[in-house]
Design a protein around this ligand. Structure first.
Ligand code: PMP
Length: 416
């Protein structure tokens, strides 16, 4: 009884099985990267012939490209509930957006140890708070840390890329704001599943990636308050980031009058097709993210949870038993079978794509699963009940009978 969802490209991809024959691929790795929406692919194909420079040309195609880049900001702003005076800066991805913000923050940053490496490594100083066993205890720890030390920013994931769990954003914002700190949300995982409403949550910044949001690779955005972005040095200096450049003096100094954000941080020719795709994806998702997308994935998540509970030795990872919400990202271990072998078996014998390892969240996975890592299955606008049943059936077969094929570790990965 799943609702009708917008179409994705590659939904009928067929892949070879090591045991012979071909099968429709079950792509259960959308948390890593999600195939484009059909509407996005069509939009990119339509724009490709209108090729011209942005912000510089007087020709018709140039005007179109400029409008695509500038109006695309409005689509992202609307999708994330940006406030009137928030800025949308185009970036390459979430990692780039967080590093850009890191270059603009005027003080120390507080992070949780459950974060993706993008957040853990964009800032390499400041405090990293240990996640406590429950949400409430974690919030208590956060409140204490905010009293003990003054932070300019709290960086928090919108949804864990390991367990899908959604931290209580609004309460984190309240605690941070009460202590005079701002909040940035790493929305890479949350944005494809839930509306990340800046105005409603009060969060100050968010970062997202187009390639996880049903657009192709190479475009992302940082959205949020203007003042820090206007006060900082340009993230990328060059043409387009300045309003005027004076004569080079005898010391080689080149006096520049920098443009305000967003252009201040976006020197050089932008990724027009990338931002056009991201903006179109935001427009499509605007219509489904509050309603049918969550309904679809909750149904799949419930079915997967019930299915996995019937397979002996399969252990889902959780951060907090009291997390109020989670998106359709599920990591688990299988007793006695290396995660890399589980993933190789699922792909080679069943055409099911999952991810294994530590998902760029080493501190969290080491704690939750041990040094061997885990397997992750993730759903979104792709994924059917049949895919879920295929996964559960394949895992049952693995546990009860073992793989049909021989696998060996080649260059550090399991391979048939
Ligand atoms: N944060 C989270 C929570 C993620 O899941 C990811 C992608 N794995 C990133 C940040 C980084 O995204 P990107 O590689 O697109 O920069």
């Amino acid at each position: 009884d799943l609702p009708d969802l917008p179409e994705l490209v590659g939904a009928d991809l067929r892949v070879p099985l090591v045991t012979g024959g071909w099968v429709r691929a079950a792509n259960l790795d959308l948390a890593a990267s999600a195939p484009a929406l059909r509407a996005v692919a069509d939009h990119v194909a339509e724009l490709l012939p209108l090729h011209a420079s942005v912000h510089r040309g007087a020709g018709y195609a140039s005007q179109v490209c400029t409008a695509v880049v500038e109006r695309g900001r409005d689509a992202v702003a609307a999708f994330v509930g940006a406030r009137e005076d928030d800025v949308v800066v185009w970036t390459r991805n979430t990692t780039d957006a967080l590093n850009l913000l890191a270059a603009c923050v005027p003080g120390p940053v507080l992070r949780l140890d459950l974060e993706h490496h993008a957040t853990l490594l964009a800032w390499r100083s400041g405090r990293v708070l240990q996640t406590a066993p429950t949400v409430e205890q974690t919030l208590d720890g956060l409140a204490r840390a905010l009293v003990e030390e003054r932070f300019a920013l709290v960086a928090v994931t919108g949804a864990s890329n390991v367990t899908g769990e959604v931290p209580p954003l609004r309460r984190i914002v309240e605690l941070a704001h009460a202590a005079g700190a701002r909040v940035v949300v790493d929305a890479a995982q949350l944005a494809p599943h839930r509306r990340v409403d800046l105005a409603a949550t009060g969060a100050d910044y968010l970062a997202l990636s187009g390639h996880k949001l049903y657009a192709p690779y190479g475009a992302g955005a940082l959205v949020g308050r203007r003042d820090w972005l206007d006060a900082a040095e340009p993230y990328l200096a060059g043409g387009g980031a300045v309003t005027a450049v004076g004569a080079v003096d005898a010391t080689g100094d080149t006096p520049a009058t920098w443009a305000p954000a967003p252009h201040r941080h976006e020197a050089g020719t932008p990724n027009v097709l990338g931002v056009a795709a991201l903006a179109r994806a935001c427009r499509v998702l605007d219509g489904v993210v509050d309603t049918i997308a969550p309904a679809h994935e909750r149904a799949l998540l419930a079915r997967l949870g019930e299915g996995l509970a019937t397979v002996a030795g399969v252990r889902p990872l959780r951060i907090w038993p009291d997390a109020a919400d989670r998106v359709a990202v599920v990591s688990f271990t299988v007793d006695g079978v290396a995660p890399g072998l589980v993933a190789a078996y699922l792909s080679a014998e069943h055409g099911i794509a999952v991810r294994d390892g530590k998902f760029c969240a080493h501190p969290l996975v080491d704690r939750a699963a041990g040094a061997g890592g885990a397997v992750r299955a993730s759903f979104g606008l792709a994924g059917t009940t049949e895919d879920v049943d295929r996964l559960v059936g394949a895992l049952r077969e693995l546990v009860e009978r073992g793989p049909r094929w021989d696998y060996a570790v080649v260059d550090g990965r399991w391979a048939p």
